[in-house]
Design a protein around this ligand. Sequence first.
Ligand SMILES: [Zn+2]
Length: 218
Amino acid sequence: MATYTVDVYAIFVNGADPKSNFSRVKQDIYKANHAWEGCIKFLLKGVYFSKGIVNAGTIPADKVFKNSSIHSLIQSARNANEHKIGIYVFYLKGDFLAEGRGKNVIGVSGTEIVNFKSSTQYEFFGQILLTDMAANRNTLAHEFGHILFKRFDKIQNRFINDDPSGPYIYHQMGRIDPAHNNNRKNLMFPISPSVNPMVTLQQCQLAKMSKIVNIRFF
Ligand SMILES: [Zn+2]
């Protein structure tokens, strides 16, 4: 039997005490493993408590990963982990990111491609920012989904992270959002459900093929 695992590193820059931060990340990982149960298992490989504090309200929600303070945080977290492939989760202080990509943003994710050799041979790592408002929700599980769906699409000749069970349709504006799901019970609905989020077979199968996933056979 094979298990599909993803390594996760948590970095706290929220100024909260280590004990409450540790229970927070444990709960987030627990909820993510519950949401992705039978598909992907997330393994917490490192937890770091920084003395520095980053206020979410100072980081505009668009282009977060180009923000210089976020960029240097990511660099130091990756250096501390010998640039291991995995998902780096940063816990910021405050309720919401500054306005940019919409209002009241409590979580964002991104990826960075490393060692690109060809459309089938490449590596990437994931990065996620969460605010205090993302606690007790499925935000981390949802952001994990965006990262797991990242792949090179040969037809479009570019990287995409479309939900294979998507898209989400904004009925009022007639706009479609390929990264999200139209079923409000699905984990990848734009605002992830707070209880028992659903992951479809297609979503699971695509996630298992992600380059960020480690496959172990027993
Ligand atoms: Zn989303």
